[in-house]
Design a protein around this ligand. Structure first.
Ligand code: MN
Length: 199
């Protein structure tokens, strides 16, 4: 999280090799997703904010204080850094400790949480993001948002996100969004999510 506040115009590299998430997310998809789509949002944000007071702000502050094209590009930049950071070649497949207990209390089981988020991701019309987020008391919420939407603007703490823009899965899964989301869980590293919940 500390990197995000200082990376407004810096491309954050993937924390793993481009082929690390195969066969579920291919190297080709990651090249397009990271090098073209995510980098494109960063470049556009730089262009839009040049010479404005936004240029010296953190991504989070821009997201909270802007709207329109600046919001869209700042949020997409932030969302993608957050998205790429949550995967691993050898992920931890189940949460434990405090996060596990909160998931069981709120959703019944980790499998129930996965099922509900998968259903939300499949059902989100058009492009957008499905999030697991927490409030300041640690209570958990599933948040479904179109386009660049993020729970940061609701004052919530993002924990994990599913990108359901077609660019996230179309090369590998074509129109099979459900299969793409079911496979998402196979490379999600719960150790990262636990770290986000502990702050
Ligand atoms: Mn994306």
């Amino acid at each position: 999280m500390t990197t995000l506040a200082t990376t407004i115009f810096t491309i954050v590299e993937l924390p793993y090799a481009y082929d690390a998430l195969e066969p579920y997310i291919s190297a080709e998809t990651l090249h397009f997703h990271h090098d073209m789509h995510y980098a494109g949002y960063v470049a556009k944000l730089e262009e839009l904010t040049e010479g404005t007071h936004y240029a010296s702000m953190s991504l989070e502050d821009i997201i909270r204080e802007s709207d329109g094209a600046i919001f869209n590009n700042a949020a997409q930049a932030w969302n993608h850094i957050f998205y790429f950071e949550q995967f691993a070649r050898k992920p931890k497949h189940m949460p434990d400790g405090r996060l596990y207990n909160a998931i069981v209390d709120t959703f019944g089981s980790v499998e129930d949480l996965r099922r509900r988020m998968t259903t939300a991701a499949v059902g989100l019309f058009g492009s957008g993001w499905v999030w697991l987020a927490a409030d300041n008391d640690g209570k958990l919420y599933i948040v479904s948002r179109p386009n660049a939407g993020t729970p940061l603007t609701d004052g919530l703490i993002p924990l994990l996100c599913i990108d359901v823009w077609e660019h996230a899965y179309y090369l590998d899964y074509r129109n099979q969004r459900r299969t793409a989301v079911e496979d998402f869980w196979k490379v999600l590293d719960w150790a990262v999510v636990e770290g986000r919940y502990s702050v």
